[in-house]
Design a protein around this ligand. Structure first.
Ligand code: FAD
Length: 462
């Protein structure tokens, strides 16, 4: 009997265990847009642009191997069993997902299929290690990164990746055209131009990005990774987010290029796994603070402040450059993400959930595990968070990691001609910052004091 292969967040043909299991039979490859099940966490605007492009690339790749991508929209619990019935399949294969909504939905789909005599097989394909198989010495899930990473390094190497199937025996059913998924709004100007110029979604784009980083970037990663003005990191996050490359492909590529066990790049891949570990064991993470005491943190929602931050008009050049890089390209450098999120939560006292929601809508790599774990980490409420009282100073961070101001000048054209010594503090220039660049929403020291006061009030109320 034929099998149904359900693509979700593993939009690749190589090293895809679920596809490998399905393709021994005649197979119908399906992608289904199920916004209803995802609810609040349906893909945001930038991620939808990525998905649109990635699905087009996936269909092209499938066609060179004898299959085509069937596109559908609707509730998985109805559509997947119906499609399986139409092709006479009693096996549905897919990659495991970890988002709370997806777990619930997949359980319902499995149930419905079972009632009709079919089976949903979920294969491990998105992580280096499955969260439910990992326990600390005390038998509990890990709550801190260092012991988690130590344990994973101790487990030895993840399995070697394997090649894409050469030939598929693809089945076809009339489905939707890609445009009918309406991932790109037709009634809005093409805001994705900057993304088109920055990225090449799809498996081929992911592989060339990976190869380039291994050849040119890995060696200098230790220093380069904190320099937003250069391409010092892999820029693989959206490709990993959509599963166009698997983490073990990235892991083994880095090993082959000479990365030692404690290499920073391998550790970052483990941070990704750790975020999923947290999401699996603490499904409330996207909405509620992991450290309960932060429920009483006195954040004061102020839409005016939030909007200034979103638009890159806080008056802190490093933050504004990052927020504009995000808006234009759908991605922001990690160092700048840390400073920008810290300024929102600490200097401006805004709820971290509001910042996370903006990132959700604007990042091409927006992923529920990494995004919520990182926002909580910055806000002090996360697992293994740095203590709240360590407040990033956006000026000193800029001077340290963008010493020439190249990053700022590139993304904030108002500051293009500001001399180096003022580029991270333009308000100190004689005559103030060049118009229309704003003065800071709060003086750096005043923001720090306010954040520490708020923290003290939360502690006092305990
Ligand atoms: P590299 O430095 O080349 O790292 C390689 C890979 O490791 C990345 O592609 C990513 O998959 C993983 N990785 C690196 N750092 C982290 C991290 N801190 N946590 C988890 N995985 C990591 N990353 C996302 O993928 N999606 C998000 O939605 C996301 N939101 C974030 C929000 C905030 C507030 C912060 C501070 C960080 C967030 N990150 C997120 C983590 C990190 O900033 C990005 O993964 C990284 O910038 C991606 O660029 P890169 O591929 O060049 O990274």
């Amino acid at each position: 009997a034929p099998a149904l292969f359900w693509f979700r967040q593993d939009l690749r043909l190589a090293d895809n265990p679920a596809l490998e299991a399905a393709c021994r039979k005649p197979v119908l490859p399906v992608f289904l847009l199920d916004d209803e099940a995802a609810g609040t966490w349906r893909a945001g605007g930038a991620a939808r642009w990525w998905l649109h492009r990635s699905l087009a690339a996936l269909d092209t790749a499938l066609r060179t191997r004898g299959a085509a991508l069937h596109l559908a929209r609707g509730r998985a619990v109805e559509v997947i069993p119906a499609l399986a019935a139409r092709i006479g399949a009693n096996e549905v294969h897919a990659g495991l997902l970890y988002e709370p909504w997806a777990r619930k939905r997949d359980a319902e789909v499995a149930e419905r299929l079972r009632a009709e005599g079919g089976t949903l097989f979920l294969h491990s394909s998105a992580l280096l290690h499955e969260p439910h198989t990992l326990r600390s010495g005390q038998g509990r899930p890990y709550a801190a990164f260092t012991p988690f990473a130590r344990a994973l390094f101790g487990k030895g190497e993840p399995p070697a990746p394997f090649r894409a199937p050469q030939e598929l025996s693809g089945l076809e059913l009339p489905g939707l055209a890609l445009e009918a998924l309406e991932l790109l709004p037709s009634d809005e100007p093409a805001w994705w131009q900057g993304m088109e110029e920055s990225w090449r979604p799809g498996e081929a784009g992911a592989q060339s990005r990976l190869a380039r980083f291994m050849a040119e970037g890995l060696r200098g990663y230790g220093e380069g990774r904190d320099r937003p003005a250069i391409e010092g990191t892999a820029r693989l996050s959206p490709h990993l987010r959509w599963g166009e490359v698997s983490p073990r492909q990235a892991w083994h590529a880095a090993r082959a290029a000479g990365a030692e066990g404690d290499h920073g790049f391998l550790k970052e891949l483990l941070w990704r796994d750790f975020s999923y570990h947290l999401l699996w064991h603490r499904p409330e993470m996207p909405e509620a603070p992991l450290a309960r005491r932060f429920e009483a943190f006195p954040a004061v929602r102020d839409m005016r402040l939030l909007r200034r931050w979103q638009r890159g008009r806080t008056g802190f050049p490093l933050v504004d450059a990052g927020m504009r890089q995000l808006w234009q390209t759908g991605w922001m450098h990690n160092r700048v993400r840390m400073v920008a999120s810290s300024v929102l939560v600490k200097h401006l006292l805004q709820p971290w959930q509001d910042g996370a929601a903006w990132f959700w809508d604007t990042l091409v790599d927006a992923d529920l595990a990494s995004n919520s774990a990182s926002w909580q980490w910055i806000g002090g409420s996360g697992a293994d968070a740095s203590p709240f009282f360590r407040v990033f100073n956006p000026v000193l961070q800029g001077e340290r990691f963008d010493p020439e101001g190249d990053y700022v000048r590139r993304w904030v054209p108002e500051l293009a001609d500001v001399p180096r010594r003022f580029v991270h503090r333009p308000w100190a220039m004689p005559g103030g910052p060049p118009a229309p660049y704003p003065t800071p929403l709060v003086a750096p020291e005043e923001g720090r004091r306010r954040a520490l006061d708020a923290f003290a009030r939360m502690r006092a109320a305990e």
